[in-house]
Design a protein around this ligand. Structure first.
Ligand code: SAH
Ligand code: SF4
Length: 347
């Protein structure tokens, strides 16, 4: 039988587990605090007795990711990590340095099954979900390795967060709870390719996080071409879920729009996007598509991006053209893992 991953437990769950072991419940809080630091073994919990540390090690698994690869941008200091997790699985995180604080982009799955045509993460499908503890580990160990304090988290690495709903929700509670590292939910963004029923479920959790929708095209025909998820949840259904999310949480939604040449960057599509979003409190991020070697989809020209933005603004929709961080490293989602797999290192 596999051991329980101790980092996935809340303070109350840990308390209960300790009581079941015949230990005192008050030990839960200090142990929980240790678990939210980058410890590599129970023996580092020096304020706990050796006997208890041994009992914990027998009963629980303590996950420890290892830095498999690391790249740092000479241009803006962005650091990209490739972690080796349990079972030799590799996942990526990207640590970005902004004036308003350091932001980490974490992965939520090993691979992804959504199959978006422009994305390196989805090329090999889904291997497995990450646990709540393994998502948290990326934050803890990136802080340890870089010596930087992380103040913001985006769930925009490899994986579809809402396809790993329970573990992601658990992670959101763990990382923001008062006994842990306390990154406030207002400093966390979750990006989804548009699983409408899960967006509605998430609304019911009443979290303070920012929801980001990877829209990338405003009409079913173009979106269906590049995002197979659009066949299960077409745009009308997705927008209905977004409206529900805003009505319940009052949180403004961000829309990601990666501009693909000749697929999603035509002027009529800017008009259509503006019509779709009219009257909704929202923000659009226009991203020049990062070309992926295995995909024929090309980024839009700078001119097309500018024209698209102008049409949106003219129609009252605010849109920012996001600059690419770490342009000299493999910063696009999934590219570093993909390259490492290609070289036959892992898996
Ligand atoms: N699965 C989630 C979150 C991870 S992907 C989602 O799809 O939203 C994070 C973001 O990167 C998404 O907006 C995704 O569409 C975008 N993305 C993936 N590949 C890209 C590429 N080659 N160029 C630009 N953006 C890309
Ligand atoms: Fe998965 Fe997001 Fe990549 Fe689509 S863009 S394949 S949902 S990680």
């Amino acid at each position: 039988m596999s051991k329980t991953e101790i980092k996935c437990l809340s303070v109350d769950e840990l308390k209960q587990a300790l009581v079941e072991m015949g230990e005192k419940p008050f030990r839960a809080k200090p142990i929980f605090k240790w678990l939210h630091t980058p410890v590599s073994s129970f023996d580092e919990m020096t304020d706990q007795s050796k006997a208890l540390r041994e009992r914990l090690a027998e009963r629980f698994e303590l996950t420890v990711p290892h830095v498999e690869r690391k790249q740092q941008s000479k241009i803006d200091g962005t650091i990209k990590y490739l972690w080796r997790m349990r079972e030799g699985d590799c996942v990526e995180s990207v640590l970005m340095r902004y004036e308003h604080g350091n932001t980490i982009c974490v992965s939520t799955q090993v691979g992804c099954r959504m199959g978006c045509k422009f994305c390196a993460s989805g090329l090999l499908g889904l291997k497995r979900n990450l646990s709540a503890g393994e998502i948290l580990d990326q934050v803890l160990f990136a802080e340890k390795d870089s010596g930087l304090k992380i103040s913001n988290i985006v769930l925009m690495g490899t994986g579809e967060p809402l396809d790993n709903y329970e573990n992601v929700l658990k992670f959101l509670h763990l990382v923001s709870c008062p006994e842990g590292i306390q990154i406030g939910q207002r400093h966390i963004s979750l990006s989804t390719s548009g699983l409408a029923d899960k967006i509605e479920a998430l609304a019911g959790e009443k979290l303070q996080i920012t929801l980001s929708i990877s829209l990338h095209a405003p009409d079913n025909e173009s979106r269906g071409q590049i995002m197979p998820v659009n066949r299960s949840y077409p745009i009308e259904r997705l927008m209905q879920a977004c409206r529900h999310y805003f009505d319940v949480t009052g949180r403004r939604i961000s829309y990601e729009y990666a501009m693909s040449r000749g697929i999603s960057d035509r002027p009529w599509q800017a008009e259509k996007l503006a019509a779709l979003l009219r009257g909704r409190p929202c923000h659009v991020n226009l991203i020049p598509l990062n070309p992926v070697k295995e995909s024929p989809i090309q980024p839009s020209t700078r001119e097309a991006v500018r024209r698209f933005q102008q049409i949106l603004e003219k129609n009252g929709v605010t849109a920012t053209v996001r600059r690419r961080l770490g342009p000299d490293i493999d910063a696009a989602c999934g590219q570093l893992r993909r390259r490492t797999l290609e070289e036959g290192d892992r898996q």
